[in-house]
Design a protein around this ligand. Structure first.
Ligand code: 13P
Length: 254
């Protein structure tokens, strides 16, 4: 059985007080309502992370993650945050390769390969995001794009490190748009991702990797998406900012 994960990506939302308040609501609801083995991961802004780790103590179904990390170990990189720092506050995950970072911060597959290495070297688990733009889908390039993101971003890893990854398929055209991929469209890509992993690392590794879907996921569409055989949970943007919606999505796995 693969680990089922629902991760909230808060992006650049919520000030410190708002973030702590939302997190407390979420953990209280999880304590009362979540009965399965699924795991919630909250990927907050860096500022909130250390306090949220403290608040999460005693809730074994909730982990914390960052939304980015710098590719260097340490040094003169004003304004940046290292994987070592993220690890040192007790977070467990780091989102890498989100399409907003690829688009607005020019993060390439080659850069993301370096970030993946350093994040893993500090014992953190990357939530590695891949996905095509609308233009790429319309040009029927989506499979080729996904393949190159995997090959250039994470397929340099040895099997042991690769097995620690969580992957997230986020079609860029579905992010924040209210247009979700249909469950069939999402399943088709997830199955493709798993087949690529199987070809590279073998069937057993491919079967063990958690692959999340992200892009306008909400409590209404989550049950159908998560019922697909190769979809193991979600990476949630907008709906993760509402405690009721986030926990409803999480409870699909109850
Ligand atoms: P939305 O759920 O707001 O579409 O965002 C998805 C996302 O980008 C999660 O990383």
């Amino acid at each position: 059985m693969r680990t089922k994960i629902v991760a909230g990506n808060w992006k650049m939302n919520l000030d410190y007080q708002e973030g702590l308040a939302l997190f407390s609501e979420i953990t209280n609801m999880i304590k009362d309502e979540i009965t399965g083995k699924q795991e919630a991961v909250i990927c907050s802004p860096f500022i909130h992370l250390s306090s949220l780790v403290q608040l999460a103590k005693g809730y074994n179904k909730v982990s914390l993650g960052a939304q980015n990390a710098h590719q260097a170990e340490a040094g003169a990189y004003t304004g940046e945050i290292s994987a070592k720092m993220i690890k040192s506050v007790g977070a467990q995950y780091v989102i890498l390769g989100h399409s907003e970072r690829r688009q607005y911060f020019a993060e390439t597959n080659a850069l993301l390969a370096k970030k993946t290495d350093i994040v893993l070297s500090h014992g953190l688990k990357p939530i590695f995001c891949i996905g095509e733009t609308l233009a790429e889908r319309e040009a029927n390039q989506h499979f080729a794009i996904i393949k190159s993101q995997l090959e250039e971003g994470v397929f340099h890893l040895g099997v042991e490190d690769f097995s620690k990854l969580v992957l997230a398929y986020e079609p860029v055209w579905a992010i924040g748009t209210g247009v979700t991929a249909s469950s069939a469209q999402a399943q088709e890509i997830h199955a493709f991702i798993r087949a690529e992993i199987s070809a590279k690392y073998g069937k057993e590794v491919a079967e063990g990797i958690t692959i999340l879907y992200g892009g306008s996921c909400n409590p209404k569409n989550a049950p159908e998406l998560f019922a697909q055989p190769d979809i193991d949970g979600g990476l949630i943007g907008g709906a993760s900012l509402k405690s009721r919606d986030f926990v409803d999505i999480l409870s699909v796995f109850n």
